[in-house]
Design a binder for this molecule. Structure first.
Ligand code: SAH
Length: 505
């Protein structure tokens, strides 16, 4: 299978800039070995006015079958030959997407170290895939690509055999996309939609497939009218993962809808989706200060008491806490990290990172990353805050988070806040048995939280204390519970246990 990417240019903006964007030199033909075969990148045309790159994947069908073994692949006798004689080598969309993600990783992520301004700019693009397997036919191809900002989406069915037109069309179409887009946006669309159209996702669907989908879908998938079909097919119709992805996309969509107002919100108490219903719809007789404000104050007080100066806000969301920290000169360095690129965009706008002076700018960093993986960038800080974050992870991924935070990053102080599920009966607007937020994987009782925190503290060499946040109800406790962990032993002692990097998730 192959695709071509073409662009046009001028003396000022030569078409051969495509080489920088793809991180592949236009003067060379290059081959890369991937897990399913060899990927080739070469440029049939590389001129100032016009440049075309070809990405071609040569699938090794035998390796493909071997790799598939032991993963419940079909082994019925009549399927045995089909394993070797099939169309995968010629039109393997999902494999192609994997190769795209590997060979063109930087381009896909919109990174261009040599010429960063190039990656930011939309440019005239023409992408052609001569034989694209498309279950759902030309009509579906249109439904998927038409809403994505192309000037022209041309889809022509490929006949099965030109000698016998009466045999009708094959399941392949020829696709041509033309328009002005950023290359990274175009590649991310293909990375998701090629396997969706192939609808024969060959590889193992891992839990982090949802993260991958959301990353690749950043900026276009949440608002796409076919996002349910795309998500379901991309995740091989895995029900729970599809549900999870759709819920997260809905949050993204809400944030996108909110995004336009962020500038004005600036110092106001933010009304993020996270804060419904727990923070905004609460019985107003009981409180006038939103819970999110109580939470921030409790966190700031604990950080002050710990004497922290360099602070991580892990799962920083839209950056409200980061903003509050920056107002206090005691914090010399503040790092906000989140898995959601969208949230980070909003945070960057809130913090006006593009407009802050150098002095302020050097105090704050926003990072994209997941707490389900160890991350060297997080080492060496005084304190880490996980405010309303742990409940967003599947319970089976918590050990990976614990290792990433307490084992690997290992700051002296760690603050963890999470809802107290016992308090839910006090929320008038929350139906019985419901969690406070669609993305919460669980909510803990006070005893469950203490059990978890005590266990983590013991394993990683921390002491732990608990602080109620919000009105401490005599019967059901406070709405938010906070654990303050303080390292007891020299930090290094705790590092060689539990998962190694990579195993963690
Ligand atoms: N800390 C903020 C936001 C809480 S919402 C506050 O207190 O208001 C939970 C945040 O955790 C979201 O922004 C979500 O994107 C982020 N998140 C969820 N899973 C994550 C993961 N695995 N790694 C990093 N961040 C994650």
């Amino acid at each position: 299978m192959f695709l071509t990417i073409s662009t046009t240019g001028t003396a000022e903006h030569p078409a051969t800039d495509l080489g920088f964007l793809l991180h592949k030199h236009p003067g060379k033909a290059q081959a890369f070995s991937t897990s399913h075969g060899t990927a080739h990148v070469f440029y049939p045309v590389a001129e100032e006015q016009r440049c075309t790159a070809v990405l071609l994947l040569e699938v090794d069908p035998v390796a493909l079958v071997r790799r598939g073994q032991g993963k419940g692949r079909t082994t019925a006798p009549d399927a045995a030959l089909a394993q070797y004689v099939n169309d995968r080598p010629y039109a393997a969309s999902s494999l192609f997407a994997v190769a795209l993600g590997g060979v063109l990783r930087n381009a896909l992520q919109g990174r261009c170290a040599a010429r960063p301004e190039l990656a930011e700019r939309a440019r005239p693009l023409r992408i052609e895939i001569p034989a694209l397997p498309a279950r759902g036919g030309a009509a579906l191809v249109h439904r998927l690509f038409d809403p994505l900002g192309w000037d022209a989406v041309t889809v022509a069915p490929v006949v099965l055999d030109e000698t016998f037109p009466e045999w009708g069309d094959s399941r392949y179409v020829r696709l041509v996309l033309e328009g002005e887009l950023r290359l990274a946006d175009a590649l991310r669309q293909l990375y998701v939609l090629l396997p969706v159209l192939d609808d024969a996702k060959h590889y193992w669907i891992a839990p982090d497939e949802v993260d991958k989908l959301l990353r690749a879908g950043d900026g276009w998938l949440a608002a796409h009218p076919e996002n349910a079909l795309i998500t379901s097919r991309y995740l091989a119709r895995h029900k729970r993962l599809t549900q999870e992805a759709l819920e997260r996309l809905e949050l993204v969509r809400l944030a996108e809808a909110d995004g336009s107002e962020v500038e004005e919100l600036d110092n106001a108490v933010p009304d993020t989706p996270e804060e419904t219903p727990d923070d905004t719809a609460h019985d107003s007789a009981v409180r006038s200060v939103p819970l999110s404000v109580h939470r921030r104050e409790a966190i700031l007080a604990a950080l002050r008491a710990a004497g922290a100066a360099r602070v991580l806000d892990l799962g920083c969301g839209e950056g409200q806490l980061v903003q509050a920290l920056l107002k206090d000169p005691a914090y010399t360095e503040v790092v906000g990290m989140d898995v959601s690129v969208r949230a980070l965009h909003i945070a960057a706008r809130r913090l006006r990172l593009d407009r802050t002076g150098e002095r302020q700018g050097s105090r704050v960093t926003l990072l994209q990353g997941s707490l389900a993986y160890t991350d060297k960038r997080l080492a060496g800080y005084d304190a880490a805050v996980l405010s309303e974050v742990v409940e967003h992870l599947d319970p089976e991924r918590l050990p990976a988070l614990e290792y990433a935070v307490f084992g690997s990053a290992a700051p002296r102080t760690v603050l963890v806040t999470t809802p107290n599920v016992e308090y839910n009966v006090r929320w008038e607007t929350l139906p019985a048995g419901h969690v406070r937020h669609g993305d919460h994987r669980f909510e803990w009782t006070r005893a469950e939280f203490r059990g978890w925190a005590g266990d983590v503290a013991a394993r990683y060499g921390y002491g732990v204390e608990f602080v109620p946040v919000g009105e401490d109800d005599p019967e059901v406790g406070p709405p938010t519970q906070m654990a303050v962990f303080t390292a007891t032993a020299p930090i290094a002692a705790a590092t060689d246990q539990t998962p190694k990097e990579g195993e963690a998730a």
